[in-house]
Design a protein around this ligand. Sequence first.
Ligand code: ADP
Length: 452
Amino acid sequence: MQVITSVLVLALFFIVFIISDIRSFKQRKVKNMIGVAQVIGNNTVSALEFDRDDEAQKTLMEVNTVMPEIVHAEIYDRNGNVFASFFKTAKDSTSVFPALGNKKSLIQNNHLYVSSDIISGENEKLGKIILESDLVELQKMNNSKIRLAVIILVFSIGFSFIIAILLQRYISQRLLRLVGSMKEVEKSGDYNKSFDDEGKDEISVLTKAFNDLLHKVHENQQRKDQFISIASHELKTPLTTVKGYLELLERNNSTPTEKQFIQKALKNANKLDSLIRDLLDVSKIQSGQLKLNLQEFNIDNLVDETIASNQLAFPGHQIYREGQFGNERIFADRLRIEQVLNNLLSNAVKYSPHEKKIVVTSTKTPAEYIIKVRDYGIGIPENEQANIFERFYRTKEMPVSISGFGLGLYISRDIIRRHNGKIWVESQEKGTAFYISLPANNVVKPNDTVQP
Ligand code: ADP
């Protein structure tokens, strides 16, 4: 844009400059030639008065030596007859003056024609002189000016191009840095940031606006987190009481119908309880207070127990186990790893309403312990797989009948990361496979002694 603008401005400047230069050159030329015609006219007054055409002819010939651009000149007597004439070359002898009418000058086909009356001392019109001069000089001058303008234009294009590239690099570098920062914030979800830009131009204004936006988002996030934390704490106590009374009622002698109602109420209270526990976990993660209670345990036992409890809770599905870890013991937070496995297994059940098979595979490599939970359900679109570990994220095409809050995987990812492990998802031809990997250096061999 900068290059185009400067080239256009420069080209416009040259056009105006050349046109005005040509015009003033023509005006000067016309004035000169009229002056010359008047001088010749004055010098031929006596020749006309005494009918001395040879004198007039001589004068015309002399003028040519002074003004070589005159190619054709004619003096007419008072009757309009040619009195004397001059042709610079034989070729010019065929030249005929265009009709000048009352005009004193005319420019046509690169030739200038001027006409002047020849007046005697008594103010009597004795005749007329017409001069024709070649404007080839003007043409040459124009050509050289245009050539010069083109050369200057080409150089200025190159020069402004170099300046534009340097400036653009400076501008785009700052813009790209800002875009990079935005992407980083978007990826990390950490809005408690601000970016420096010392300048005073539009990019600095943009950076400031971005910083203000980040600040606002961070404030809102803090308010939301605070609300979630307070609300879940406030809900926890009454719900524990409700659950306690329901369990008491279930144990008491009640009719089968009453028992059925109580069990339904308990089931829903448990659902609510699990949501509140998730919300409390989220608050802990946000405030950095989710602590691990590390202990030594047999990882195979944990996998078997978790499968067994889920199989009991979801009798409609078949959960298979493939592979073993060889009864190795790992050093980790048993309850939290169990929570992650429970979440993956309950998701596998929840998101495969029509396919009953679920496979849990254990694989051991020298560096890590990998547990894979594979289902054959609705699957997760490729473009959403990166988002499902974010807080409150649920896939867009989710059937409305499948309930959830989008918290389980967020909490699971945090738990696994705190164990220096990894959690990820892979697309399958049908369904989904979730993986968790725990580093082998967290593992305690049967004979090792562990200092918690
Ligand atoms: P919730 O299941 O309560 O919505 P999660 O955090 O456990 O929350 O899961 C986040 C989202 O990931 C789910 O809403 C769902 O869209 C998708 N998802 C998780 N597990 C599976 C699965 N096994 N199959 C298909 N989609 C899944």
